[in-house]
Design a protein around this ligand. Structure first.
Ligand code: GDP
Ligand code: MG
Length: 318
């Protein structure tokens, strides 16, 4: 299956949700706006049901009213893309050009060490494996650190992925100090000159406070072992948790300032619109999206490709 087909298939539940609620989007825009006001109301419900959020939905509807597109779907696609590209939105950019193909543009971390954070079950460990596969395939050398020493078998899970992908994994004893694992891994990465180290972390401790304190400590010791690192902290969010996930994200952002977000399980939810409030309220770029459980189901996030795949429209080739 091609890259684009995986993305389209992954977004099918959200697409269905919008189509089932909003009905025929291919209708003439002016006619819809003047005589078929119920269609606009249905669209409003559809966007809210897909977790786009109220504020963004209102902006989208007002963009649609001001649009010079000829049909409703094109106007909606442009308005949604603008929501996902805040820079374009701020510039009040109206004539959308197609941004570089995400399949050929490598999402580069800022430095060498990426700390991966998020609550239990969102897909951190799986995403780290997928990131390993992604960067190995683009000629980078990669290491993993099994920093979730709290959850039984989390280290073993990463170990299995590492073996499968041929990626070295720095492990510590179960129940051991995650900061010690992170320190050893960061020092080893610097000594070996490996391009990228992904540090897995725990998603749950006895209390939330402990977790945030632990993440801060892991961050500090990495900086001690390799000054300036981790240059990136990426939060993994599960799209299925919707608005709840957004509240989590804010907590993590306070504890360890995030430089990127990865949204997983977009294939398992009809609420793919959650990407809009994530971009809007968090102010942290979405780096990748997960649309399945396989190693290839992690894709760089490109708003235009996302919106086109969502509506099953062909992506233009250059
Ligand atoms: N459908 C789907 N499942 C995913 C995706 N990413 C991760 N998962 C699954 O989510 C479950 C929890 O993943 P795991 O990496 O162990 O989560 P962690 O607790 O955050 O480390 C596993 O069964 C994964 O296969 C995704 O993009 N789509
Ligand atoms: Mg895990």
């Amino acid at each position: 299956m091609s890259w684009l087909d995986r993305l389209r298939q992954g977004l099918s539940k959200t697409r269905q949700q919008i189509n089932d609620t909003a009905g025929n989007l291919g209708t003439d825009l002016r006619e819809t706006l003047t005589t078929r006001l119920d269609s606009i109301e249905d669209l409003e419900y559809a966007l809210i049901a897909a977790d786009v959020g109220r504020a963004a939905t209102e902006e989208i509807l007002s963009d649609i009213r001001a649009s010079n597109k000829s049909n409703l779907q094109d106007a909606l696609m442009e308005a949604l893309t603008l929501q996902l590209e805040p820079d374009l939105r701020r510039a009040q950019f109206r004539q959308l050009g197609f941004t570089p193909d995400a399949r050929r543009t490598v999402v580069d971390p800022r430095g060498h060490v990426v700390m991966v954070v998020g609550v239990n079950g969102v897909g951190k460990t799986t995403t780290i494996a997928k990131l390993g596969e992604y960067y190995l395939g683009r000629g980078r050398s990669v290491m993993f650190a099994a920093g979730d020493t709290f959850r039984a078998a989390a280290g073993a899970q990463l170990g299995v992925w590492g073996e499968r992908l041929g990626i070295p994994v720095v492990q510590g004893p179960e129940g051991g100090d995650p900061a010690a694992v992170a320190y050893d891994a960061a020092a080893a990465r610097a000594a070996r000159g490996t391009d990228l180290l992904f540090v897995d972390t725990a998603g749950r401790l006895h209390t939330k406070h402990n977790l945030m304190e632990e993440l801060k400590k892991v961050r500090r010791v990495i900086d001690k072992a390799d000054p300036g690192e981790p240059a990136d902290v990426w939060l993994v969010l599960d799209a299925v948790t919707g608005q709840n996930g957004l509240a989590q994200a804010k907590k993590f952002h306070e504890a360890t300032p995030l430089t990127g977000v990865i949204v997983t399980k977009l294939d398992g939810t009809a609420k793919g619109g959650i990407l809009v409030p994530i971009v809007r309220e968090l102010g942290v770029p979405i780096k990748f999206i997960g649309v399945g459980e396989g190693a290839h189901d992690l894709q760089p996030f490109n708003p235009q490709e996302f919106v086109r795949a969502l509506f099953d429209v062909d992506v233009p080739r250059d």
